[in-house]
Design a protein around this ligand. Structure first.
Ligand SMILES: Cc1cc2nc3c(=O)[nH]c(=O)nc-3n(C[C@H](O)[C@H](O)[C@H](O)COP(=O)(O)O)c2cc1C
Length: 235
């Protein structure tokens, strides 16, 4: 690779960020195929390639959004209903510890601050949370599932595929938001996808063209310096 090519790769990686407002502009099916074709070069343990992807657009997308938003709105009115909608695996810890809880809070309040959502404003928070299930208006949903018989490593493999998809999309002028939020509603999602019984929802990606005028897309998250998370050993 020459220096220019290195820069292109670095730019695709570093310019990716989670976009939470999309334009009403369709994505070519061929572009989605190209992204998936490139992305499935992701490594996987013993080349098991455990990912399965559902590309959902058009009326199917609208139906999915309608069904999941309905449930989420019911939960907002009757919080005890949330118990019926548990994730199949815990993405987040049951008990948060430092320094992760502080980073999580900084992220949440940073986003809410930008949107002028104050602490305790439950209506506005719920409205913003619901945006997840509206796909932030993205025209394409990518639902990634795995066979339930596979081990935890298969979820690592799928994570590598997910990152490839987001970077390959970015390189084509598209943006994404990875979403664990949908995992709570896996029963509804898998039912609407008509997925076989042995499949588990791992992650969703909202895909489309970013709305450059929506303030939410100006939210750029910080990172630690390399020295803060790396130990160099040489002897
Ligand atoms: C597996 C995974 C699940 C995520 N789920 C959500 C989600 O449900 N909703 C959301 O708005 N952002 C979600 N995010 C986005 C993160 O909040 C975001 O990646 C993080 O704050 C870093 O910001 P950046 O992606 O803009 O660099 C998720 C990210 C990952 C990796």
């Amino acid at each position: 690779m020459n220096l220019d090519q290195v820069r292109y790769v670095d730019d695709a990686i570093t310019s990716r960020h989670s976009v939470r407002a999309f334009l009403d502009k369709a994505v070519e099916v061929q572009t989605i195929k190209d992204i998936l074709h490139v992305s499935c070069r992701a490594p996987s343990g013993t080349n098991t390639q455990p990912w399965k992807v559902y590309v959902v657009t058009g009326k199917k997308r609208d139906k999915m959004i309608e069904r999941v938003c309905k449930v989420q709105n019911e939960i907002f009115r009757q919080p005890e209903l949330a118990e019926q909608y548990q994730e199949t695996f815990a993405y987040y810890p049951e008990k948060w510890i430092s320094p992760f809880i502080e980073r999580r809070r900084e992220n949440g309040w940073g986003l809410y601050g930008l949107l002028n959502i104050q602490k305790g404003d439950k209506e506005k928070m719920a409205r913003q949370h619901l945006r997840n299930y509206e796909l932030f208006d993205a025209p394409v949903a990518l639902y990634f599932t795995v066979n339930k018989g596979m081990g935890i490593g298969a979820k690592m493999d799928i994570s590598m595929m997910l990152q490839n998809v987001m970077v390959a999309a970015k390189a084509r002028g598209l943006d994404t938001c990875p979403q664990a939020a949908w995992n709570h509603f896996h029963q509804v999602v898998l039912d609407e996808l008509d997925a076989p019984e042995d499949e588990e929802l791992v992650c969703t990606i909202a895909l489309g063209y970013a709305d450059p005028n929506d303030i939410i897309n100006t939210f750029i998250t910080p990172r630690l310096a390399v020295e803060e998370f790396t130990v160099f050993l040489d002897a």
